[in-house]
Design a protein around this ligand. Structure first.
Ligand code: FAD
Length: 446
């Protein structure tokens, strides 16, 4: 069977893409879990949260039935605490730091408790924050992703008027257009964005692209400061022969389609090869399987030991029935009648550690060939180098450089999130947005 859509009945697709981490069914469940927390005085969970949410406090508030208080605690540190409760890799953050791990007991379900509290706040539209009186300043933000939204919220709280310019038709950034559908639904993403904007003082101009519809120089002229939260958007190419064949696509476009259309409309092959082993690769592989692909093979040039994804993500791909080719590097994609037919891979071995500290893959000179009808490239994303250079922003291969206050080389122009770090997680982008807001407020006072 060639690449095609509508492989599974609607009911099965619905099941495959339903919430991977279901919420507490009853308030009692949340209360019981909250009461397990030891409220450690040194709170390792808070220390490992990039936004420093006071975890013991919000859990104690849930245990005592003060759900509004707990939502306030969470949102004071992380205004996307709702989304983060669904998408954060908590196994390497708060839950990974829980002392119960040392006792070989199940860590507190921090994310589930955070979700319990924040979902109520978002669904019931609790008004937990009030803006300070106007400070008379106007800030332009480019990008309505986690970094832009967190920056906007922090600025608006202090009485600043914020205008966000966003190239897509919806806000949320990769939360809306990138994260796997079984982690967070488009409906929730919209509710979360609406909740953040409900503070007031923030207007969003959708379908306005920097470099096309708007220019940085005009924003600098018309606003007191600018924040660039444009993320990284371009998928890295493999630079091997055959990339233009029908059936080769990048993971970002594949997932974007999944997030913007009905699942039954998304085409997938019988035998899919996914290149890469990061979070995006795992998402592309598991979602291909959940759309009805018969075989999904993940291909990675190092060993399992050096993989960039977490153990939990790898387990998910294993549970979904994906298979893995370690120490394998794509060399050429072969086609027939313009369509993908085979993938030729080089066999690799491990050499000396590279700049990342991981042992580097070295080509052995041997190759092998597998039969595939679809190749999904998930070998990383590259920053908007052209846009950044045209705007005369100091950068390192497209990653915008900032100083300690979050300011770029251009006076009054700040940046943060994936655009600066090259691609981390939602929670890091939220913190970067908060940090930049602090820098902007200090700059505006000068
Ligand atoms: C496939 C995939 C899966 C992921 N899964 C997870 C996950 O499970 N958990 C997790 O924590 N993180 C995940 N991430 C990472 C996470 O989504 C990002 O780190 C986070 O969204 C970065 O936020 P940001 O605001 O910096 O950038 P983005 O979320 O990319 O937002 C940037 C915004 O700027 C807009 N924009 C870009 N250029 C312009 C322009 N020229 N003019 C106007 N607007 C512009 C974009 O449309 C977008 O809305 C994933 C990433 C990918 C790619």
């Amino acid at each position: 069977m060639p690449i095609q859509n509508n492989r599974l009945p609607e009911s099965e697709l619905e099941k495959n893409f339903s919430d991977i981490h279901p919420p507490f069914e009853h308030a009692e469940g949340a209360a019981i879990e909250a009461n397990r927390c030891l409220n450690c005085y040194d709170a390792p969970c808070t220390k490992l949260c990039p936004t420093s949410i006071n975890v013991p406090l919000f859990i104690k508030q849930i245990a005592s039935g003060n759900i509004k208080g707990s939502a306030h605690t969470i949102f004071s540190s992380n205004i996307m605490g709702g989304g983060c409760s669904k998408v954060c890799p908590v196994e390497k953050l708060c839950e990974g730091a829980c002392v119960f791990n040392l006792l070989e007991e199940t860590p507190i379900s921090i994310a589930k408790l955070q979700r319990y509290s924040t979902e109520q706040a978002i669904h019931e539209k609790w008004k937990l924050f009030t803006r300070k009186p106007s400070n008379g300043k106007k800030v332009a933000i480019v990008g309505a992703g986690p970094a832009g939204l967190a920056c906007a919220h922090s600025l608006s709280l202090e009485g600043t008027e914020v205008t966000i310019f966003e190239k897509e038709a919806k806000g949320g950034g990769l939360m809306t257009y990138g994260v796997a559908a079984y982690k967070v639904t488009p409906t929730f993403c919209k509710e979360e964005v609406d909740y953040i904007l409900s503070l007031g003082g923030i207007s969003v101009q959708y379908e306005k692209q920097l470099g096309k519809d708007i220019q940085l120089a005009d924003l600098q002229k018309n606003f007191d400061a600018v924040f660039l939260g444009i993320g990284v958007g371009v998928a890295r190419s493999l630079e091997i022969p055959g990339e233009n064949l029908e059936g080769v696509m990048d993971a970002i476009s594949f997932i974007y389609n999944l997030r913007t259309r009905n699942y039954s409309q998304i085409s997938v092959g019988d035998k899919v090869a996914v290149i890469g082993m990061g979070m995006t690769a795992i998402d592309a592989a598991t979602q291909s399987k959940r759309l009805g692909a018969k075989e999904v093979t993940m291909i990675y040039r190092r060993t399992e030991h050096e993989k960039p994804c977490t153990e939990e993500e790898l387990d998910l791909a294993k549970l979904d029935g994906c298979s893995f080719l370690w120490l394998s590097n794509p060399k050429e994609i072969l086609g027939e009648n313009g369509k993908v037919k085979n993938l030729v891979c080089s066999k690799m071995k491990l050499g000396e550690p590279d700049a990342s500290g991981r042992r580097s893959p070295v080509d052995t000179g041997e190759t092998f060939t597998i039969e595939v009808d679809m190749v999904i490239k998930a070998a990383g994303q590259i920053p908007f180098e052209g846009l950044v250079n045209n705007s005369k922003l100091d950068n390192k291969v497209g990653k915008i450089k900032i100083d300690n206050s979050g300011m770029t080389n251009l006076k009054g122009v700040f940046s943060g999130g994936d655009a600066v770090n090259g691609g981390k997680e939602v929670v890091d982008a939220v913190q970067a947005g908060k940090d930049a807001a602090k820098g902007i407020l200090a700059y505006l006072k000068k």
